[in-house]
Design a protein around this ligand. Structure first.
Ligand code: SAM
Length: 395
């Protein structure tokens, strides 16, 4: 008699994936897992990196690919690229609380400080993901012209920054694709010089660079403008890869009231003291003529951007409450929902750390929309070369 499959100790993200995939195929969990094992054991099937591409043309919107998750935080990027069909082969994050969440969600502890990492120790990968922290580059008058004749002149300018570490990994590992994410202000930082250096560095490394600021409000009930930088190795994709950023989704995003918990703990309600302080502070700013203040949300609308400092007073996103109750801050679960993280992902750290982690994260549904566009280019390339692998087809 056939044995039943029992799933135990599987990371939450994999459980979610199994649930989603089996529902899509209208299969029971048992049927789905048996099919998966059958496919995996079928040796005539193309392997991820060594196949000849047979069969890929039949699925032009899909290609197998591997990725690394640098500055991973809690893995918002990873969720997105796994949903788009990718397989994570390595992660790097030094914050021990974020590592804890990552371990719980994905069953793996990321490597620590990226500055101490030997890039050669990272596995080969098709796509490098990095939500890198933005740091200032003090440079004067960078232009393409004054770097001519100097190898990696722009990279010199970034020495001592985390972007420098990222560029070094790119130079050594040469991922065919890189997807980087940062705050919108990266474009205007230091009068535009920081962005100029980053873009020129990536181009000098031989990548075709696309960038766009995307507002998360089209996907979740939160305004969150982030720059996405998508880079394709010109040696692999040529000078004109057919990449386009995603269109706005057709479905209407949820509003704040859709993500609220029914019975939030009263501890999230602001004390009289804090509420008075926030109101007085806003008033004094109004009198000085600037608009800074707390953000009492419209329950039928969207919130301001959740920041990593939300744990301090929660002032940027306050939920009005009925009667004479003071407003309250979001619960950590609501913060997760505001960022587009599923309820099935457990929150395993303190409230303070949870707010920091969600406030630092990427919105998985936004990154997933970008990921799908990247996959379209990868599969375009794979179909054209008839080579089921980017890593080996790079020469
Ligand atoms: C903007 S967050 C990225 C968040 C991630 N995209 C997510 O969805 O959770 C940047 C991350 O880089 C990490 N970081 C900063 N310096 C680092 C270093 N030297 N080595 C490794 N990680 C670092 C921070 O701890 C932080 O979690």
């Amino acid at each position: 008699m056939a044995k039943q499959i029992l799933i135990r100790n599987v990371p939450a993200s994999l459980q979610q994936w199994i649930e989603r995939e089996r529902k899509q195929r209208v299969m029971s969990q048992q049927q789905f897992l048996v099919q998966l094992l059958r496919d995996a054991s079928d040796t005539s099937q193309m392997s991820l990196f060594e196949g000849n591409g047979a069969g890929l043309q039949e699925r032009p919107d899909w290609a197998p690919f591997s990725f690394v998750d640098l500055f991973s935080g809690i893995g918002g990027f990873r969720i997105a690229f796994e949903r788009a069909g990718g397989r994570c082969v390595g992660s790097v994050e030094w914050d021990k609380h974020a590592q804890r969440t990552y371990q719980e969600w994905f069953g793996e502890k990321p490597l620590g400080d990226i500055r101490k990492l030997n890039p050669k120790d990272l596995p080969d990968h098709d796509v490098m993901l990095a939500g890198f922290p933005c740091q200032p580059f003090s440079i004067a008058g960078v232009s393409k012209k004054n770097s001519l004749g100097r190898e990696h002149g722009f990279r010199d300018k970034t020495q001592g920054t985390l972007f420098y570490n990222l560029a070094t990994i790119a130079e050594i590992k040469r991922p065919p694709v890189m997807v980087l994410e940062n705050v919108k202000n990266l474009l205007s930082h230091d009068k535009g010089k920081t962005w100029q250096v980053i873009k020129l560095t990536l181009e000098e490394l031989g990548y075709r660079v696309f960038h766009k600021v995307i507002d998360g409000a089209d996907y979740v009930p939160q305004h969150r403008k982030r720059i996405f930088i998508v880079c394709f190795d010109q040696r692999v994709f040529g000078d004109d890869p057919p990449f386009e950023f995603p269109e706005k989704p057709e479905t209407k995003p949820p509003v704040i009231k859709d993500i609220l918990e029914k019975n939030p703990d009263p501890k999230y309600t602001l004390s009289d003291h804090l509420w008075k302080y926030l109101q007085d502070y806003a008033q004094s700013h109004r009198e000085k003529g600037n608009g800074f203040g707390f953000g009492l949300v419209d329950l039928n609308g969207r919130s301001r951007t959740l920041s990593a400092r939300y744990y301090k007073d929660g002032s940027e996103i306050l939920i009005p409450q009925k009667g004479k109750k003071n407003p309250r801050r979001l619960t950590p679960r609501e913060a997760a929902r505001l960022m587009g993280f599923d309820d099935s992902l457990p929150i395993v750290v303190s409230d303070t750390q949870a707010y920091r982690q969600f406030g630092n994260a990427i919105i998985p549904p936004v990154a997933e929309a970008v990921a799908k566009q990247v996959v379209a280019v990868i599969s375009w390339k794979v179909a054209r070369t008839g080579n089921g692998c980017l890593i080996k087809g790079r020469n």
